[in-house]
Structures are given as structure tokens and as C-alpha cells.
Design a protein around this ligand. Structure first.
Ligand code: GAP
Length: 512
């Protein structure tokens, strides 16, 4: 499995060639940071949603799902703090005229030092094998300790500046670290300014501030404003959760790296309402539950790590990201945030409606605390696609492109082929298709030699290819060829539905 910048380019072109992801409005040369999911991409995306929804909503008795509108009353965003504080600090390079996120420039600088440390650690492993004591090496190796001290010092200064909203302090750090613009190579920076990320539009035909509404920058607020509706209509008892999958919009300053950072994207969020004082217990619970969910995908446990936020948002008393080893390195995939009672209290204040819970055990009313899990669906898609993609060298010296997508998530679960287009083989293959289609998305293909058909399915991640041949006519058996090992077995047609179902059912992930 490849994992570097080249891998991203290959993944992008593979995704386009096979109908997973297209640049949006492609015939007009695309629209920056906006993408369309093609015929296979939308299947994969739907399967990812299903995996999340099943595990988060349908397999938790105390979590329900909603589908709130994208447009919300404008006061929502005043109450949530997004109108005043949903900003990114931006900085321009005066020579290249390129705009950057000032915080990202510093984070990337730190990531480069971390990469050097990791290189030293990898060398140690190579040299000493199983005897290598990583913790001791990190604590004592002079190069590593010097670099770690450097990271700690930058982080301290960065945190102090962020917490004090000290934009000049952030700029000074960029100057002190001698960070150069990757385009011009110069260190000729403007001051740092705040930039609000919300898109706005007008409601109805009357222009002006009164009709200004926003495209939601997170789905979470649709959950908060429905807290009371759901709690009462669903007779929910604390602790309970409300989940939602939906579009969110952010006018990102730098939107690159394919579907990693887009201006229109999809989130899968869950707000878990708990007793005040119990939030840390649930924060730990959701960290553990969510990492287990990721690991079940089998993309490699080493490809995930937790990263505690160095600056907590004003509403949070604990927050971390689950980072994934994308082709561009470790980056945020999911956020887990203990949001206290901030949002519900703000909405109480701005709406004048009580958003309390009567706890019969404590015999008291309170505003619940909230622990949130929030994952970007498009980032999850990129994580799966980039780790699944491989150009494999075969024993006979040829190569094949293969997408090792976890079978329950693959766009097609099986492809059905008649070996030839005659002798009644297509009819039998069509009958098999007709039976499998009730439970699983399958593809029928009779064009080209069988080897070529296998390659086509490998390239789109179909885990099983079923071939009807002349022996089928005699003994009702077919071959099943497995994508990853390319091994084949012969089974009776009557067993097919069961076999395929056992291997590709979402259950196989949910049981892990
Ligand atoms: N309600 C909390 C919230 O929105 P966030 O960390 O800003 O938190 C949650 O976003 C997740 O949404 C991120 O972990 C990421 O996966 C995804 N996300 C955020 N901005 C994105 C963007 N511009 N493009 C794609 N995904 C994005």
C-alpha cells in the first residue's frame, strides 16, 4: 500500500477514471474545492454512511437520528458563536500573492520536525530490531530530545498566541521560525487577519441584513435546536444521543488536497447529552468506541492517532482529533469534543425557550452537557480509497491496479460473468445476478476475455467474481474468485447467496 504525495495523484486520477470522484462542473474546468461523486463513488459513500448510521444509531438503543434543514434561523449562528468567532487566521505572501492559513503554516513546520524524529526512530528500529526500546530512545537520543524541545517551545508560544487571540504574536512566530512561502520562497508576509468561514445568502426576495441567512458550517446546530423536540417526542432519557448525516459548507481559505478540504462537504455528527459532571466519563467512552469503529475497517491501526487540541474552543472542556495517515501525512479525520452546556445554554438565551431536562433520579432540572463525535464523510472516503489503492506486481511480471476496499463497503459486492456469450451461459449468469441483486449490488459483464474482466473488477474494488462455465451446465457449480488473493474455489449455485452474504455483509464490520 503506497502512502505518499504521489499516491494522492494516482488516487485522484484512478478515482476519476473509474467513476468514483469527478471535479465538479468538469466541462467548465471545475470549481475550486468542489467535487462530484460518480456512479461508484456514490455507492461507496452510501456504504460508509450506512456503516456509521448502523453502528451509531441503529445499534445504540439510546441514540436516534434526524435530518435537519441546511438553512436555519439566522439567530442560530449568533447563539452558537459562529457569526462572531468562526474565523481562520489568514496571512498573505506579498511576493507570490498567495494566501495561507497562518496556523497551518506553523503546524506544517512542526510536522516537518516530527517527521525528522520519526525518521530517526525508524532507523533505530531497523538497526536494533525487537531489542529497540522506542520510549528510551525518544527520551535519551540527543537529536530527538533537541528536536522535541524545539517542538514544545513552538507549541507553547503558539498556544499562548492562540489563546490570547494575539494575531501579531502568530505572525511573529512565523517570522521567527523563518517560514518561507512555498511558491515564492520569500518571507515577506502581511499581517494576520481573521476571516469568517460562513457562506451567506438571502432568504426570499428582500435583500438586506434582516433576510441574510447562512449555509450551515456544521450539522451539529440542527441537533441542538431540535434537542427538546426529540427528547420529548422520543421520550429520551439521559444519557442519550442525536445523530445526523448531512452537508456542511465552509468558505475555506486554502482548499486543496482533493476531497480532504472542500467548501461543500458532508459530516456525520452525534451529540450525546449527559448529566453535568459525567462528561469526561463519556468523552473517554466515545474516544474508545470511535477508534474501535475505525480499526474495524482494517486500514491498519498504525494509521490512526489521537491528537489533543492545543487550544480548546471557548465552548469545550476537552477535545481531540482522530488523525489518519493520509497520503499527505497524519491529518484530522474526526473530532471528539466535550462541548459542556455551552450550545444549549446559548440557544436558551437567544430563543427564550427552556432547554432543560428533568432528571427523575436526581429530582432536578438541568441543561445537559454534550459530548460530540464529528467525522467528515469525504475524509473517511479519502482514507479508505487511498489505503485501498495499490498497483500490485504479479508473479508473471505484469501489474494490476486493485482497490482493496473492505468488502462490505465495496460499490459492487460481486460481478457475475458467463465464460462465453453462447451455449446458454449468459442465461445462467443472469439468473444468478437476479437472485443476488435482492441483497447486494452486483454487476454483470460478458465483454472481453475473462482475465480482462477480472482486472476491471479489481480496479473498482469488487471483492468477488463469479464465473459460469461449461461445467456449470453439468453440475450446477460456478467459480468464485477472490479479489485480494486472486484464489478461486468451486461452489454450488445454491450456496452462492449464503457465501457472498457471509463475506460482504456489514455485520462482518459491526461485529469486530
Ligand atoms: N461540529 C463540530 C465540527 O464541525 P470540526 O472539527 O470543525 O468540528 C468535524 O469538523 C469534521 O468535519 C472534521 O474532523 C473533518 O473530518 C470534517 N471537515 C471539516 N472541515 C472540512 C472541509 N472543509 N472539508 C472536508 N471535511 C471537513
Amino acid at each position: 500500500m503506497a502512502s505518499n504525495e504521489d499516491n494522492l495523484k494516482d488516487v485522484v486520477s484512478h478515482a476519476k477514471e473509474y467513476g468514483f470522484v469527478f471535479p465538479s462542473s468538469d466541462i467548465y474546468d471545475g470549481l475550486s474545492a468542489t467535487y462530484d461523486y460518480g456512479q461508484l463513488g456514490s455507492e461507496l459513500k452510501n456504504n460508509l454512511k450506512q456503516y456509521w448510521w448502523k453502528s451509531m444509531v441503529q445499534m445504540h438503543e439510546n441514540i436516534v437520528g434526524i435530518d435537519a434543514a441546511i438553512f436555519m434561523h439566522p439567530t442560530t449562528w449568533k447563539a452558537s458563536g459562529h457569526v462572531d468567532a468562526f474565523n481562520d487566521p489568514l496571512i498573505d505572501n506579498k511576493d507570490s500573492k498567495k494566501r495561507y492559513r497562518a496556523d497551518v503554516l506553523i503546524e506544517e513546520y512542526i510536522a516537518k520536525i516530527e517527521a525528522k524524529i520519526n525518521k530517526d526512530v525508524a532507523k533505530g528500529f531497523k538497526r536494533f530490531g525487537d531489542d529497540f526500546d522506542e520510549a528510551q530512545f525518544r527520551a535519551t537520543n540527543p537529536n530527538v530530545t533537541r528536536r522535541q524541545a524545539q517542538i514544545d517551545e513552538i507549541n507553547d508560544k503558539f498556544k499562548t498566541a492562540l489563546e490570547a487571540d494575539d494575531l501579531e504574536g502568530i505572525r511573529q512566530l512565523i517570522i521567527d521560525l523563518e517560514i518561507a512561502c512555498p511558491i515564492s520562497g520569500s518571507k515577506n508576509w502581511t499581517e494576520v487577519r481573521q476571516f469568517n468561514l460562513m457562506f451567506s445568502t438571502e432568504l426570499g426576495s428582500v435583500a438586506g441584513d434582516a433576510s441574510k441567512i447562512y449555509l450551515r458550517p456544521e450539522t451539529a446546530q440542527g441537533i441542538f435546536v431540535n434537542y427538546s423536540n426529540v427528547q420529548k417526542s422520543g421520550r429520551m432519557k439521559i444519557p442519550f444521543g442525536i445523530a445526523q448525516i448531512g452537508k456542511a459548507f465552509r468558505n475555506e481559505i486554502i482548499a486543496r488536497q482533493f476531497i480532504f478540504r472542500m467548501r461543500e462537504f458532508e459530516q456525520m455528527e452525534m451529540q450525546f447529552f449527559v448529566r453535568p459532571g459525567e462528561e469526561m466519563k463519556w468523552y473517554d467512552y466515545w474516544k474508545e468506541t470511535r477508534i474501535k469503529w475505525h480499526n474495524a475497517l482494517g486500514l491498519g491501526e498504525d494509521n490512526y492517532r489521537f491528537h489533543d487540541h492545543i487550544k480548546l474552543a471557548h465552548y469545550a472542556n476537552a477535545a481531540c482529533d482522530i488523525e489518519f495517515n493520509f497520503p499527505m501525512g497524519f491529518k484530522e479525520l474526526e473530532g471528539i469534543h466535550s462541548r459542556t452546556d455551552f450550545d444549549l445554554k446559548q440557544h436558551e438565551e437567544h430563543s427564550g425557550k427552556k432547554l432543560r431536562y428533568f432528571d427523575p433520579e436526581l429530582n432536578e432540572h438541568y441543561v445537559p452537557y454534550v459530548v460530540e463525535t464529528s467525522i467528515g464523510l469525504d475524509r473517511l472516503f479519502l482514507a479508505v480509497l487511498s489505503k485501498a489503492y495499490e498497483v500490485e506486481k504479479l508473479e508473471d511480471g505484469t501489474e494490476r491496479s486493485v482497490l482493496r476496499i473492505p468488502p462490505p463497503l465495496s460499490p459492487y459486492k460481486a460481478a457475475v460473468f458467463p465464460l462465453t456469450k453462447k451455449d446458454g451461459l449468459p442465461e445462467v449468469a443472469r439468473e444468478i445476478m437476479a437472485k443476488l441483486q435482492f441483497d447486494h449490488n452486483c454487476q454483470y459483464d460478458e465483454k472481453d476475455a475473462i482475465g480482462k474482466r477480472y482486472r476491471r473488477q479489481d480496479a473498482i474494488g469488487t471483492p468477488y467474481c463469479i464465473t459460469v462455465d461449461h461445467q456449470t451446465l453439468e453440475d450446477q457449480t460456478v467459480t468464485i474468485r477472490e479479489r485480494d488473493s486472486m484464489s478461486q474455489e468451486r461452489v454450488h449455485i445454491d450456496e452462492l447467496n449464503n457465501i457472498i452474504d457471509q463475506r460482504v455483509n456489514m455485520r462482518t464490520l459491526l461485529l469486530k
